[in-house]
Design a protein around this ligand. Sequence first.
Ligand code: SAH
Ligand code: SF4
Ligand code: F3S
Length: 444
Amino acid sequence: MTQDASPTAAKKLFIKTYGCQMNVYDSQRMAEAMGAEGYELTEDQAEADMVLLNTCHIREKAAEKLYSDLGRLKPLKAEKPDLKIGVAGCVAQAEGAEIIRRMPLVDLVVGPQTYHRLPAMMRGEAPAVLTDFPEEDKFDHLPERRATRRAPAAFLTVQEGCDKFCAFCVVPYTRGAEVSRPVDRILREARDLVARGVREITLLGQNVNGWHGQGPDGREWGFGRLIRAIAEIDGLDRIRYTTSHPNDMADDLIAAHRDIPALMPYLHLPVQSGSDRILKAMNRKHTAEQYLRLIDRIREARPDILLTSDFIVGFPGETDQDHADTLRLVEQVGFGTAFSFKYSPRPGTPAYDRAEVEGAIADARLQELQALLTRQQRAAQESMVGRTVSVLFEKPGRETGQMVGKSDYLHSVFVEAPQAQVGDLVQVRILESAPNSLRGALLD
Ligand code: SAH
Ligand code: SF4
Ligand code: F3S
């Protein structure tokens, strides 16, 4: 018997998330806010009553994806005129009402600091475009995170915005000024996540290691101290954080990598370039040598730490020598993995009008850098073979009886474990390295 949709049936919300983990976190919070209004998440766009695109503005290609996705929504909107289409995230912030002018099928546009007002916007009780940076803190207006039982690994945003103003980057404009969330809120949210079954928390911020705040002891806390407090939560086994800036790696944070077993031996520390000239032009405010010395100190505290990074090639003014300096820095550090991007000029950023490196040259440099980084990734994975690591099972694997989870070093590990459940934290011996994952066996 088929069931008719009753008038009280939940409405369906489809969310597509682009960009960084902060957007993933925001999408969950928006889903919870709309959940309180009777909306239930769906994976099937065709059955949605509301489609929300949570967008990224970091490179031109990322931003353009929004418009191709909106184009593809036209037939659905024609078929279902009541369908609400919302644009959230960093393109929403950067382009505001222009999105509706270009794509009239969009009903509302909401920036990363105003999405707590999404329910009011849906009810028509707030403007259809909200992209200001309000005085009020959105987190004070969002429902508490009690909605559902959680996956074993969760994100927790502890800091918003960025004040670094790297010459290429839109984030300070799309996310606004750097704001650290207060200690008590962070601890409350972390405890609540753990009560809901979470065993691993990744603390998020665009410049997360710059987090600071007043502790319950009345003292000024830095990020290392915050991690120590979070590590005391009963039932929390693993802590990670991302993304960090090299200039904010305080001694206390480096020491935390030595002292706190729950803090995983993995650090994403973007450097962008190995050339001092380019670092200066990027406004990164440190040299290649300073980065290398910092890596030495981190490895002294935690010798097995796996390091990852971000690189931009073809930044305006980059010469063959600058590129060679980047390759040399990569050789010197030895990364576990890294992301590299061809420079994309972003409107409104200081580097926007600078003369660009010829496209073909930038492409060739990107290929060369990526080949080197891929070799390093392979080597790092190969070095895991024969070692014992902990793995937190996150979901069933491709084959029956198989589970997949993340190791301490954030490698995906496939394990034969027919009795195991999602959320189990087990010891695994690594048997084999595949291109983007490892295979291991349970240790008993
Ligand atoms: N807050 C982080 C980075 C956020 S953006 C940090 O400071 O490291 C993620 C990455 O995107 C950056 O590290 C950079 O490598 C890349 N990126 C940012 N702006 C870019 C641009 N205009 N063109 C190409 N890559 C860019
Ligand atoms: Fe962008 Fe630089 Fe801020 Fe990172 S630190 S978000 S690259 S401005
Ligand atoms: Fe993109 Fe905004 Fe994150 S521009 S990388 S979604 S902060």
